[in-house]
Design a protein around this ligand. Structure first.
Ligand code: 13P
Length: 250
């Protein structure tokens, strides 16, 4: 389906010096990757990551951005600022932002708009809480989050959107969705995209799975027809584990 993309989400981990060191470890291990490789670092590590990845096949992602270009928004970082410093990707709508920092579907939509306007590629996270899965509304939740976040995004712009299906109950818990569950929801997200943009855009869009993906389970998850990559938390902080996941994405 879409091009395979393996992205690390380092979350709130690593100083700039540690980030540079981890990238130096990762570089030789992924240099022949047949997928796109991205590292998503804290804001303060972005320059170190850009320097360390210059001239390599590794892209750099921020983990959030604000939608206004500049102004009186204490503590925020704009999509424009990221793009101008050379960052190519931004992770948006991660469940940790939604759960702990007040992000919601409408603010995610604004962030997506700002990021696309700035020229960034968006990794848009969607996913259900455990209670929602138990209620049988996983499909509705993921379709709704996808539709609202993409409100106003054109078919052409979809070439700069990656969707990451991350069931909240599988994040950092060691509880992975089964390959079948992951594929089922990734497929449903693809059908949602087909409804919005047509079958061609839906087929060309990269849809990742995220949530306790690791060196041991990645191959089975990535072999699913609708899973085009992974958004990796914990395992992306270990060069060998991350490289094993990258190697599994063929
Ligand atoms: P873990 O891989 O640590 O479960 O985290 C997944 C995630 O949230 C990636 O964005």
């Amino acid at each position: 389906m879409g091009q395979y993309v393996i992205a690390g989400n380092w979350k709130m981990n690593k100083t700039p010096a540690e980030a540079a060191a981890l990238i130096e470890e990762i570089k030789p291990l992924v240099k022949d990757a047949s997928c796109k490789v991205v590292v998503g670092t804290p804001f303060i590590d972005l320059q170190a990551a850009l320097d360390a990845t210059a001239g390599t096949n590794i892209g750099v992602a921020a983990q959030n951005c604000y939608w206004e270009k500049s102004g009186a928004f204490t503590g925020e970082i704009s999509a424009d600022m990221l793009a101008k410093m050379g960052v190519q990707y931004v992770i948006l709508g991660h469940s940790e932002r939604r759960t702990f920092f007040g992000d919601n579907d409408l603010t995610v939509q604004k962030r997506v708009r700002g990021a696309l306007d700035a020229g960034l590629t968006v990794i848009l996270c969607v996913g259900e809480y455990l209670e929602q899965r138990e209620q049988g509304i996983t499909g509705e939740i993921c379709a709704m989050q996808t539709k609202i976040a993409l409100g106003g995004v054109s078919a052409e712009e979809m070439s700069r959107v990656i969707i990451a299906y991350e069931p909240v109950w599988a994040i950092g818990t060691g509880k992975t969705a089964t390959a079948e569950q992951a594929n089922e929801v990734c497929h449903l997200i693809r059908e949602t995209l087909a409804g919005l943009y047509g079958a061609d855009v839906a087929a060309a869009t990269t849809i990742q799975y995220g949530g306790s993906m690791n060196a041991g389970n990645a191959a089975e998850l990535l072999a699913q027809p609708d899973v085009d990559g992974g958004l990796i938390g914990g395992a992306s902080l270990k060069a060998n584990d991350f490289a094993t996941i990258v190697a599994a994405a063929k």
